[in-house]
Design a protein around this ligand. Structure first.
Ligand code: AMP
Length: 217
């Protein structure tokens, strides 16, 4: 039986950063639907071209496309023991699809970790965020790079995500509240939801998540 650990929470809540850390700690691959879309955008694939407008506007890419992309990724050999899912599912149909994928691949969706962050800090968190081409995430206040504007590992220039502009950020938060927040009740009903306080230092949040995972096993 493989284990799908899902991280949910608002944009800017630290899902991506924490998913990477937890992936390194427990060895399951980190699967971020947003990263998969951005890779397709950069490689100018058909999927990337389809997704571009949605990402630019901070809207969700249609469920069928997103589900197929994640299903393909979860079918790869490195996900045999398990995976950390970051940014998927984001809608109830996606959550239903994930149950189906898990059943087909003999996996369990458990636990679903909800990273809770007060609304007021989200815009601030997102507007200070910088990324490296290789996917590492920095923050001017919370997680600054050693050399300003450069990636710690390969020294390449950092960039800001287009959709971290304040106007798009507000739309992403609205989309989260309307379409993703209902998943909290969805997973509560399935008794797999584990809330974690995301308003702590990075190390403390990672520690809280790893504690949840240890308690489960
Ligand atoms: P993220 O990196 O998780 O913030 O995702 C960036 C953008 O990718 C989102 O604003 C959406 O446009 C798209 N995206 C990522 N994951 C999903 C998903 N599960 N369903 C639909 N769109 C998604």
């Amino acid at each position: 039986m493989s284990q799908y650990v899902v991280l949910i929470g608002p944009p800017g809540g630290g899902k991506g950063t924490q998913a990477k850390r937890v992936s390194e700690a427990i060895g399951y691959p980190h699967i971020s639907s947003g990263d998969l879309f951005r890779k397709n955008l950069r490689a100018e694939t058909d999927l990337g071209k389809l997704a571009q407008g949605y990402l630019d506007r901070g809207e969700l890419v249609p469920d069928d496309v997103t589900i197929a992309m994640v299903r393909d990724r979860l079918s790869e050999a490195d996900c045999e023991a398990g995976a950390i899912l970051d940014g998927f599912p984001r809608t109830t149909p996606q959550a239903d699809a994930l149950e189906k994928i898990a059943a087909d691949l003999s996996a369990a969706v458990d636990p679903v970790i909800l990273i809770e962050v007060p609304d007021g800090t989200l815009v601030e968190r997102l507007s200070g965020r910088w990324m490296s081409k290789s996917g590492r995430v920095y923050h001017t206040i919370y997680n600054p790079p050693q050399v300003p504007g450069k990636d710690d590992e390969d020294g390449s220039d950092l960039y800001q995500r287009e959709d971290d502009k304040p106007e798009t950020v507000r739309n992403r938060i609205k989309v989260y509240e309307e379409q993703t927040a209902p998943l909290i009740a969805y997973y509560q009903q399935r008794k797999v939801l584990r809330p974690v306080d995301g308003d702590q230092g990075l190390d403390e949040v990672t520690h809280s998540i790893l504690t949840v995972l240890e308690d489960e096993s």
